[in-house]
Write a protein that binds this ligand. Structure first.
Ligand SMILES: [Zn+2]
Length: 307
C-alpha cells in the first residue's frame, strides 16, 4: 500500500465531522467536546462491523502514550490503549491519534512488516506532533476531528494574538490540552509566534508559526541544548499574573528584535509553556526552493539559532 492509496487524514476527519454536525448540530461544541472514545467504538462498528474497535482502555505503556492493537484471530479485532496518568485533554488527543491509525492505516498495520500486534506511539509523535509519515497523518486526523478549523478559526482569527486565557477556554471547548490547542493555532495563524516548552531553564521543544519560520525566527532543540535567556520570565521562575499576561522583552533577550513573552507554569507536567509573540511581519528570508522545508534550508546554510 503506497502513500497515495491510503485514505487521506483531512478528508476522513471531514467526513466524520460532517456526520457529527448533522447528528449533534454545528453548534455542538457550545455544549461539549467530541467524545472520541465513544465515537471510535461506534464509528468502527459502523464502517467495519467484522473488525471493530472493541474497547478504549487505560494501560501502563512504558515509553509510549498510546497504542492501537489487534487480535491474533481473523478478522482482526481491535482496541485502543492509552497510557495511564494522562490528563483528560491529553488522553482525548491520544485516543484521536489512535483512532486515526484505525481509520487510515489498519491494513498497513495489520499486514505490514514491523508491526507486532499493533502500533505503539510515543510522546514525540502524539503530544509534540513531531512524527513523520503515518504518525503525522494520525496527528492531522486527530487535530481536525477534535478541533475543526471552521469552528476554531471563528473563535481565534488568523490575525489575532491570543493570550493564555483565550487559549485555555479553547482547550476546554475542545476537551484537549493547552499545547494541543496552541499547536493547532500555530498551523494557520498569520502572525509570527513561537511556543516553547521548557523546564529548569532549558527548552525541551519549540514550534514556530509558518510566518515566524519564514522570517528566520525559530528555536532549535533537536540535538542541541537551548538554554533560556537569563532575562526571560521562565528562566527567572516568574510565574506571576504579569508574566502570564505578557512581558515586553527588548531586542537581544530572545532574538535581535523585541518580543512579547507569555509564560505559564504547569505543575502537573513540571514544565513551562512559553508563548513568544513578535510585533510585526519582521524580516523576510527568501526561500530558494519553496518545496523544501524552510527550516532545513536554514540548517543547510549553516545558520545557527539567533539569540
Ligand atoms: Zn501513532
Amino acid at each position: 500500500m503506497t502513500t497515495s492509496d491510503r485514505p487521506r487524514p483531512l478528508k476522513e476527519a471531514a467526513r466524520i465531522t460532517q456526520m457529527l454536525d448533522q447528528v449533534f448540530g454545528t453548534d455542538r461544541f457550545n455544549r461539549e467536546p467530541v467524545d472520541v472514545a465513544a465515537l471510535a467504538v461506534e464509528y468502527s462498528r459502523r464502517v467495519a462491523p467484522e473488525s471493530p474497535i472493541h474497547e478504549v482502555v487505560e494501560r501502563n505503556l512504558p515509553g509510549c502514550v498510546g497504542a492501537l492493537v489487534y487480535s491474533d484471530v481473523q478478522p482482526r479485532q481491535w482496541a485502543i490503549m492509552y497510557h495511564q496518568e494522562q490528563s483528560p485533554g491529553r488522553r482525548a488527543f491520544t485516543i484521536g491519534h489512535e483512532f486515526g491509525h484505525y481509520v487510515l492505516h489498519r491494513p498497513l498495520i495489520e499486514q505490514g512488516v514491523g508491526f507486532d500486534g499493533g502500533i505503539y506511539c510515543d510522546e514525540d509523535s502524539v503530544i509534540r506532533r513531531g512524527g513523520a509519515g503515518i504518525e503525522k497523518e494520525a496527528d492531522e486526523f486527530a487535530a481536525a476531528l477534535l478541533m475543526p478549523l471552521h469552528d476554531f478559526r471563528r473563535r481565534l482569527p488568523a490575525k489575532d494574538r491570543p493570550d493564555f486565557d483565550l487559549l485555555s477556554r479553547l482547550a476546554t471547548r475542545y476537551g484537549v490540552s493547552l499545547t494541543a490547542v496552541i499547536l493547532r493555532w500555530l498551523e494557520y495563524t498569520e502572525t509570527r509566534a513561537i511556543m516553547v516548552v521548557s523546564n529548569e531553564g532549558f527548552a525541551h521543544w519549540a514550534k514556530p508559526s509558518q510566518a515566524a519560520l519564514r522570517s528566520g525566527r525559530y528555536i532549535r532543540t533537536k540535538d542541541v541544548v537551548y538554554e533560556l535567556p537569563a532575562q526571560s520570565a521562565a528562566a527567572r521562575a516568574d510565574y506571576s499574573n504579569e508574566a502570564r499576561q505578557g512581558i515586553a522583552q527588548p531586542a537581544n533577550v530572545w532574538f535581535p528584535e523585541s518580543v512579547l513573552e507569555m509564560c505559564l507554569r504547569s505543575d502537573r507536567y513540571d514544565q513551562e509553556i512559553i508563548l513568544l509573540h513578535f510585533e510585526n511581519d519582521g524580516p523576510h528570508y527568501e526561500a530558494e526552493d519553496e518545496s523544501k522545508d524552510v527550516l532545513d534550508l536554514f540548517v543547510d546554510r549553516g545558520r545557527t539559532v539567533t539569540r
